[in-house]
Design a protein. Sequence first.
Length: 277
Amino acid sequence: MASKARRIHKISRVRTIGGRRKAFRNIFRKNRGLIGKGYRKVAGKKILKKMTAKERKKFNPKTNLKIRQSLRKRKIKQRLINIKRKKTLRSGLFRGISKLNKNIKRWQKFLENLAFQYNVNITNKHKIDIIEELLEKVDVIPNSIVLAQAANESGWGTSRFAKEFNAFFGEYTFDVNSGVVPIDRNNGDKHLIKFFNSVDESIISYFNNINTHLAYKNFRLERKLLRKNNINLDPMILVKYLDLYAEDKNYVDIIESIIKVNKLIQLDNLKITTTKS
């Protein structure tokens, strides 16, 4: 104990930092046999935690310095990789933002046109609210319902309105320039049957009517609810909300009957493809 105290006293008398380091080194060399094992054991435990399984097998206390150097290199390399990755992500984000800014006007124009087409008021409304309202209206109508209504309203395509005026859905209008007077119209009634230049125009008008008219809002809300719950659009559920389509109180029952008897539900998943000539 006395010799140890003398050694420490000797070191404390050395004033310069370099001198103290040299004194410590000399003491360590002289007493390597006594403190070397303990030193290596402590240092080894600290390094072992940071080493891989492969490095642990090859671990030798005498090679501590080399292992430290390899760990330091690996750490520096990982930092460089992380910095590079962050830079790549940042540059990708900036590119995405600049691209979005270029397309934002085009997107706004598209949104405005769609809102106009589906009678959605965009004044003083947030974009999210506009999109939410459009999601209620911009959706499909099951093929079975479309075909059943067309068959009922046009007498299976044999009516005068279907043959001469392409009116397959019996839509009403009060514009004398776009409608014809029905023969069986009651006295005092002013409604006309809307005529079209083609069958396509008739179908487009029908879809627009179902997806925008206030009378079919419950139909659209039910459809949206089914979508939200990831449930397939069931025509037998949705058809119940078309009770205001005609004045006949049994209208829904008639459409349901046409769908069931003619097995039209099997056409709901039918996809029409066009081929290039």
